[in-house]
Design a protein around this ligand. Structure first.
Ligand SMILES: Cc1ncc(COP(=O)(O)O)c(C=O)c1O
Length: 388
């Protein structure tokens, strides 16, 4: 580490004090492990906030990134790029059948912001329905749909009308979709709420109600998508196809990228000039998106997420864990004590996990390249915690 790289504490840092930071200084990461400045090696079950889909520095991503950087580092969206078209085709092929038009952006919030704009333009209506426990991002429209965002929203006014309905009540949701509703936006597995899967009946009711009222169903798969749930997209569990699907986080394996994927009739609402982004779909992100999808297919990582998720459910119902929720490798461990205490004890045992908005739930969103032995390591550590 050079002197310039030495992290500073909050009192002397030049960064905003926007994050409650852990006492961990990460200088390197490979596969499922992080290495700190003091030489500690931690098992990363937080997965860089679910972005490190293929683990850290996957050799194929490093190769794709460096080759693309060498050939074409950046270009404007005003020109055609074969690499961008390749990424769009790969993503449309990976997405549920019927979702075949892609608009590239840089983050999850931006993807949701544009999905909502698309819904308003398509339906010419002004109301959105979202669910309790949802998180859709921190930009104005995405935050307006996020449950509880009043605490940090920060803008002087709400941009449109949003109704939050209970996450688990199909009948209430179906009744709430009236003729003024532009869209229902839903995370099929709510990440920040603690890997809470929305019941299949609720997703099916949302689809029926949107069909009946010509509203759009937006699936926010920023956290649960790209194979993490043990299916390519989590909403497939309900055999429901949304009109619009948003992705980010693991989409480019940790490189900033997001996308709105839509049915072509919905995408046809958009004319040149309606949407835009300087960096969205840039060559580096595009090369990585295409390679992430290729690796997910070649290494059979969707099936792996499903199998490892089942193994976690079999092996980790131990120690302070009372029940396990979520699907695939988006897992919530419900505890008999505060999640922050258990997360700290796991960190002492060199395992990094996430917490959630539920104070009793620990969240796991590890790389999909996780190994069986890592699950055993977690199970062992949980056992030790209960007897310590
Ligand atoms: C489900 C979901 N949607 C949207 C977002 C926002 O993504 P970003 O932080 O890339 O803007 C997140 C981030 O955690 C998320 O979990």
């Amino acid at each position: 580490m050079t002197p310039k790289d030495i992290p500073q504490d909050a009192a002397t840092s030049h960064e905003f004090d926007a994050y409650r930071r852990l006492d961990l200084e990460v200088i390197e990461a490979k596969g499922c492990h992080l290495v700190t400045g003091t030489g500690r090696r931690l098992l990363d079950l937080y997965g860089g906030h679910a972005a490190a889909l293929l683990g850290h520095s996957h050799p194929r991503l490093v190769a794709a990134l460096t080759a693309q950087a060498d050939r074409l580092f950046f270009q404007t969206n005003l020109v055609k790029l074969p690499v961008r078209e390749r990424a769009a085709r790969a993503l449309a092929d990976f997405a549920p059948a019927g979702l075949d038009r892609v608009f590239f952006v840089n983050s999850g919030a931006e993807a949701n912001e544009n999905a909502l704009r698309l819904a308003f333009r398509h339906t010419r209506r002004h109301t959105v329905i979202a669910l309790t426990g949802s998180f859709h991002g921190r930009t104005a429209a995405a935050a307006a749909c996020t449950d509880g965002s009043e605490a940090w929203y920060g803008f002087p006014a709400w941009p449109f009308s949003v109704r939050h309905l209970p996450w688990n009540n199909a009948a209430l949701l179906e009744d709430a979709v009236t003729d003024d509703v532009a869209a229902v936006i839903v995370e099929p597995i709510q990440g920040i709420a603690g890997a809470r899967a929305i019941p299949v009946e609720v997703l099916q009711a949302a689809r029926r109600a949107c069909d009946a009222r010509s509203a759009l169903l937006i699936a926010d798969e920023v956290q649960c998508g790209m194979g993490r749930s043990g299916r390519a997209f989590a909403i497939e569990e309900a055999q429901v196809t949304p009109d619009v699907l948003t992705v980010a986080k693991g989409l480019a394996g940790g490189f900033p990228a997001g996308a709105v994927i839509a049915r072509h009739e919905v995408a046809a609402t958009i004319r040149p000039g309606d949407l835009g982004s300087t960096f969205g779909g840039g060559p580096l992100a595009a090369a990585l998106i295409a390679e992430v999808i290729a690796v997910v297919r070649d290494e059979d990582l969707v099936a792996r997420a499903d199998r490892l998720g089942r193994l976690i459910r079999e092996r980790c119902l131990v120690g302070p864990v009372e029940s396990i929720q979520g699907r695939g490798l988006l897992v919530g461990l419900r505890l008999d004590r505060p999640a922050s205490d258990v997360a700290a004890q796991l960190r002492e045992r060199d395992i990094l996990v996430g917490t959630s908005s539920d104070p009793r739930v620990i969240r796991l969103m590890p790389p999909l390249v996780l190994q069986d032995e890592h699950v055993e390591q977690l199970a062992q550590a949980l056992q030790e915690i209960s007897s310590s």
